[in-house]
Design a protein around this ligand. Sequence first.
Ligand SMILES: *[C@@H]1O[C@H](CO)[C@@H](O)[C@H](O)[C@H]1NC(C)=O
Ligand SMILES: *[C@@H]1O[C@H](CO)[C@@H](O)[C@H](O)[C@H]1NC(C)=O
Ligand SMILES: *[C@@H]1O[C@H](CO)[C@@H](O)[C@H](O)[C@H]1NC(C)=O
Ligand SMILES: *[C@@H]1O[C@H](CO)[C@@H](O)[C@H](O)[C@H]1NC(C)=O
Length: 466
Amino acid sequence: MSFTKIESDHIEFINLSSMESTPFNLLLFLTLLFHRHTHSSASTLPKEALPTKSGYLPVNSTTGSAIFYAFYEAQNPDDTSLSQTPLVIWLQGGPGCSSMTGNFYELGPWRLTPSLKQNVEHLELQPNPGSWNRIFGLLFLDNPIGTGFSIASTPEEIPTDQESVARHLFIAIRKFIALDPSFRYRPIYITGESYAGKYVPSIGYYILKRNPLLPLSKRVNLHGLAIGNGLTDPETQVGTHALQSYYHGLINEKQKTQLERLQFEAIQLTKAGNWSDATDARNNVFSFLQNATGLATLFDFRRYRPYDSIWVEEFLKNPEVKKALGVDESMVFEKCSKVVGAALHSDVMKSVRFKVEYLVKNTKLLLFQGQCDLRDGVFAAESWMKKMKWEGLQKFLDAERDIWYVNGGLAGYVQKSDNLSHVVVLAAGHFVSTDQAVNAQAMIEDWILDRSLFANKYIQNLFMDL
Ligand SMILES: *[C@@H]1O[C@H](CO)[C@@H](O)[C@H](O)[C@H]1NC(C)=O
Ligand SMILES: *[C@@H]1O[C@H](CO)[C@@H](O)[C@H](O)[C@H]1NC(C)=O
Ligand SMILES: *[C@@H]1O[C@H](CO)[C@@H](O)[C@H](O)[C@H]1NC(C)=O
Ligand SMILES: *[C@@H]1O[C@H](CO)[C@@H](O)[C@H](O)[C@H]1NC(C)=O
């Protein structure tokens, strides 16, 4: 069997030969193109939707490579001086997908929404009721360099491993903090999705190792890390797809056996350290599953058409939007960079579980998954979590799984012990905030503020004993 389809852990590429693009998507795409040439006022960025700050954080003064950022200050902070208001950083996956997808399609304050104007479908920015900047500052970084609007001076400078990714991120985060003296002591939470299941532990680990070597004024005030539908321990995760799909009724027993054989190949190549072939073998697993099920997307088995994240690319092609964000008009925006994807091809199957093991002993960690994702879902996450070498693990595994409600409605399940929280988000796929914006907002706010199901049970029990 040979598969040629380009797969990304984050996003479907708009590839007309791709099985994941439907005629509907193509129609919309063409309509948007047509519209853009006929009505230049479409898809602009109204003043009220502008980020508080956006632009570039240089990561290498010699070469000029720089990370693009868009920052939205908290809308209704608890602390009006902002000096203690948490800062949440969001990293998209891929590898090579822009965090502007997180911004304009998932958890940013303004989301792209199609609407009809004179019978022509066009995109509009609308306030997001589930934005993550309601009470926290929210920073989107296009990571690594070469991704989205970020600049890689040469393709050779694009990181090929997680240590280099973390080194650049660390520089960028420190540069961001230095932009405003009031950022200095704000608690920082680093979050992300999908391939950021590698980035988030890697930058967290880097920060905790580097901080003690630096004067107080140069440390990054890390308070916690959160990963949604992450790829973290690929060797374990790649072994879960056959069973998950079989029990969902998506493949039969014969296909399950075939898929298990493909999974085994990926695991063997990973164990052998044959990294590039191991990545290809994992892609074969997904191609087989895609072909066998005929689903619109493996990111959500309920969907009859793929996620519409291509809207972000359409929107960010507009020169006026680029100008408003502080980006040179000549920058070509791709929602996922194939060059960055290629640079990290051999990184895909490398595990960062050991970094998570270190982090959970030293800071708080949230792992959450939309329940309907077939690529980086709940079963895949629980499979590696239970392998962690951590003295708190047994207590976590024995902890009650609480039923989680938001505004009186069933939202999912929360399991928490010590520094580790795990959330299953119901009626959501890979893009949790796209599907359940308000619930995802409740989750991140309660987790950061140690509230409701994320409150420290040890302290509660202490009071009960009194
Ligand atoms: C900056 O670029 C130069 C030249 O490519 C390289 O030697 C150096 O290691 C880079 N620095 C960082 C922090 O990546
Ligand atoms: C990697 O695996 C392939 C089979 O997929 C094999 O042909 C190749 O020799 C292996 N490379 C190394 C360096 O082991
Ligand atoms: C896809 O599925 C069809 C029919 O189920 C089969 O004939 C074909 O070989 C499959 N292709 C791949 C690449 O698995
Ligand atoms: C949780 O993290 C704190 C540091 O914030 C650490 O002191 C504690 O030992 C950790 N708990 C466990 C069970 O690892």
